[in-house]
Design a protein around this ligand. Structure first.
Ligand code: ADP
Ligand code: MG
Length: 605
């Protein structure tokens, strides 16, 4: 048996034993840890993986709880039905909130989550029909096949069945096509979108997913307590949920359980006070000046201090530290599989790419100045020029990373000017970045597999239920092949961030190839490579051309460019300085002057 599975079964066995043997008090704690884990799990995905901080999750817990409380007490609706009504209602609210707030960047998003977290809390407290701040009583107990779950010990199994199912689904999701896309959101939207990910849509999906988990937890809570009031759904609790995710380790689903367990036990321990707390308090009172040690809420302050220390010592949370003692999981071998469907190459339009008077102005600076050039099929064209000439900006104008100020870009006979990057990617333009954009913590294999995003179709639901294994096997097999072709087979399972920078550029090429593009844009692919590696890269690009690919590349190494390219376009100060065969360009006095001028400047600087 695999060690990972063994650990999982061990945990299940341990969880199952608690209500059989432990005293009531521990069962109650176990119930709360389960409820909190479900919410924290949503935050692991939303905050830890997708990078969207939310302080407002408790409000979604409240939506689930209040929906069921209201419908079951007022209309006698079956709680099993209200679960789904609550989920639908929460999804609708989350969609509306997400639509407004997820466009915000930087600190505005967390601030907005505080704002709506507080608003919903007051709404719960002020709505007459929800019983105001006193809340609602008489919520019926759940029933399964005639068995009433009044007893906390029985309820424990229900909570943990939900928690484990949520863990399983979320873990599946992370290890899938949409999961890789979600993980790529943190690497900057530019990169995700270059592979066809509709980042705005995906962020909303993750937000709703996290809200639904919170809503389930709320429903379970309402029928466990059989009483609700607004207190557990306020911003206080929202902050605590976030703590659980962060303290546990927001990068792994198990971090949610660990965080929920630690915070719950820690709070319990501090609240109980006990001899240790009294000693600590007396000790502090003895050494510190009078009046500094607070007489009330001492445990809350200790809680805060402990959290700060914890986050200082383990900024990635405690899970990575904890998982080190577990047996390491060896990555499974990747069996060969049928390749993914490739793009149907459109009828040969020539030129393949036609850049027409493309212009990009950054304020007063014209980075690309009415640049025109065309690329035919199966050509390798080099875009060269001194630093700051506008080469990378030109790439971004083609790939949609930057909007054109004026002019047009025509690909396969159709204008792509103004289209978002993910649409341009879907038309068959793949790219790499001058400043490497990989997910460092993700394996080389997963980074490369992200490139095939547009060639797969698995959505969040299929992925969560693990119905995507056939497509996933094909994706992984093809990614492994692409990596091998690029000469990095030895690094398949290494974290992408552990590779040398030159190798990371090659990983980017493998990732771009996974999209089976018609046109490949490479921004300084050979930078940081050694001589032999450069030769291997040149051989790879030639063989790609032989297979029908068209390549536009920016490169500074003139030997590399001269030996590889069919044609060169030379830029200087945003304008086209010259265009032609490599030999003619090399002999061109204008080009020599531009380069020599550059060299003199650099030498003078
Ligand atoms: P190259 O890739 O040829 O070295 P770039 O296309 O990166 O040159 O840059 C061209 C010019 O545009 C430079 O002067 C650069 O400072 C400027 N530039 C590039 N991107 C931006 C931006 N996002 N905002 C403002 N100026 C920019
Ligand atoms: Mg550049």
């Amino acid at each position: 048996m695999k060690p990972g599975r063994l650990a999982f079964l061990g945990l299940v066995a341990l969880l199952a034993a608690v209500p059989l043997a432990a005293p009531q008090f521990w069962v109650t704690l176990g119930n709360y840890i389960g409820l909190y884990s479900i919410v924290a799990l949503g935050l692991v995905l939303l905050t830890g993986v997708a990078g969207q901080t939310s302080f407002g999750q408790a409000a979604f817990v409240g939506l689930g709880a209040y929906t069921s409380a209201y419908l079951t007490t007022r209309y006698g609706t079956s709680p099993w039905l209200t679960l789904f009504i609550g989920l639908a209602f929460t999804a609708a609210v989350a969609l509306a909130i997400g639509f407004i707030t997820l466009r915000m960047r930087g600190h505005y998003l967390p601030l907005a989550t505080i704002a709506w977290g507080i608003s919903l809390y007051y709404l719960f407290g002020n709505l007459e029909m929800l019983g105001g701040h006193t809340g609602m009583t008489g919520i019926p107990a759940l029933e399964i096949a005639g068995l009433e779950l009044r007893d906390e010990r029985r309820y424990y199994f229900l909570i943990w069945a939900f928690a484990l199912a949520a863990l399983w689904c979320t873990n599946n999701l992370l290890d899938s096509r949409p999961g890789r896309a979600i993980r790529s959101l943190k690497g900057g939207l530019e990169m995700a979108e270059a592979f066809g990910v509709d980042a705005a849509r995906l962020k909303t999906v993750v937000f709703v997913y996290a809200a639904l988990l919170a809503s389930i937890s709320g429903w379970l809570y309402a029928h466990l307590q059989r009483f609700v009031n607004p207190t557990p759904f306020g911003i206080h609790q929202g902050i605590e949920y976030l703590f659980m995710a962060v303290v546990g380790g927001a990068g792994s689903v198990w971090g949610a359980v660990l965080g929920a367990t630690l915070i719950t036990l820690l709070k319990q321990w501090l609240q109980e006070g006990g001899i240790l707390m009294t000693l600590l308090r007396d000790g502090l009172e003895a050494v510190l000046p009078r009046g500094i040690v607070p007489s009330s809420n001492f445990e809350l302050i200790m809680f805060g201090i402990l959290l700060v220390v914890l986050l200082q010592r383990a900024p990635e949370g405690l899970w990575p530290w904890f998982s080190r003692v577990l047996p390491a999981r060896r990555p499974p071998p990747i069996p060969p599989a049928e390749p993914l469907p490739a793009r149907a190459h459109a009828a040969a339009a020539d030129p393949l790419l036609d850049v027409r008077a493309a212009r990009k102005a950054f304020g007063g600076l014209v980075a690309v100045n009415d640049l025109s050039f065309a690329i035919r099929r199966r050509e390798i064209v080099g875009l060269i020029g001194p630093n700051g000439a506008g080469k990378s900006t030109t790439f971004n104008l083609i790939s949609g990373g930057l909007p054109l100020t004026s002019g047009d870009v025509v690909f396969q006979g159709e204008s792509i000017a103004g289209a978002p990057p993910y649409r341009i990617a879907s038309r068959g333009i793949g790219r790499t970045f001058q400043h490497v954009k990989l997910i460092p913590a993700m394996s080389v294999l997963d980074n490369v597999a992200l490139g095939a995003y547009l060639r797969g179709s698995t959505g969040v639901l299929r992925a969560a239920l693990r119905l995507d294994r056939a497509e996933e096997a094909r994706t992984r097999a093809e990614a492994a092949k692409a990596i091998e072709r690029c000469g990095l087979a030895a690094h398949l399972h290494d974290g992408a961030g552990s590779l040398a920078l030159g190798q990371q550029r090659i990983v980017e090429i493998a990732r771009a190839l996974m999209a089976a593009p018609t046109l490949l844009l490479l921004d300084e692919p050979a930078a940081g490579l050694r001589f032999l590696e450069k030769q291997e890269l040149a051989a790879l690009l030639r063989s790609l051309r032989a297979e029908g690919m068209t390549i536009l590349l920016v490169e500074h190494d003139m030997d590399f460019v001269m030996g590889l390219t069919d044609r060169l376009v030379v830029m200087d100060f945003g304008e086209k300085l010259a265009e032609g065969l490599p030999a003619a360009i090399q002999a061109d006095p204008k080009v020599r002057e531009a380069y020599l001028g550059g060299v003199e400047e650099e030498a003078g600087a």
